[in-house]
Design a protein around this ligand. Structure first.
Ligand SMILES: [Zn+2]
Length: 116
């Protein structure tokens, strides 16, 4: 893959990430809005607040928030020109790995070492 192809590849991943981020953002906004509106009917303002905190902590939403953080990390690395470079060994991460896991910050070798 040439430098130009690599740049195009990364820019297509950036588009995917932005699209996915918009989806998760609107899902999260919808969920917290729904919960807040439900709460207002029955509860005092304080309870509404704790209710929305609970909502934030439920696992479904937490996994979306985790994903959002991963996406923001990946997008920040793209903007800094560091995307697709392993944060541990500075080797390029394979396109195949980035395609199946666009949030990858490490090459497979370093990821395996990191997880052990
Ligand atoms: Zn590495």
């Amino acid at each position: 893959m040439t430098v130009k192809q690599r740049a195009e590849f990364i820019s297509s991943i950036r588009k995917l990430l932005l699209k996915r981020k918009a989806e998760v953002d609107s899902q999260l906004a919808e969920q917290s809005h729904e919960k807040l509106t439900d709460g207002m009917v029955q509860d005092s303002a304080d309870e509404v607040l704790s209710l929305s905190m609970e909502t934030l902590q439920n696992s479904l939403q937490r996994s979306e928030i985790d994903e959002l953080h991963l996406m923001e990390d990946a997008l920040a690395r793209i903007d800094k020109g560091e995307y697709g470079i392993c944060i541990d060994c500075s080797d390029p991460i394979s396109e195949k790995r980035l395609e199946s896991f666009p949030y990858a910050a490490r090459c497979i070798v370093c990821q395996e070492a990191f997880e052990q």
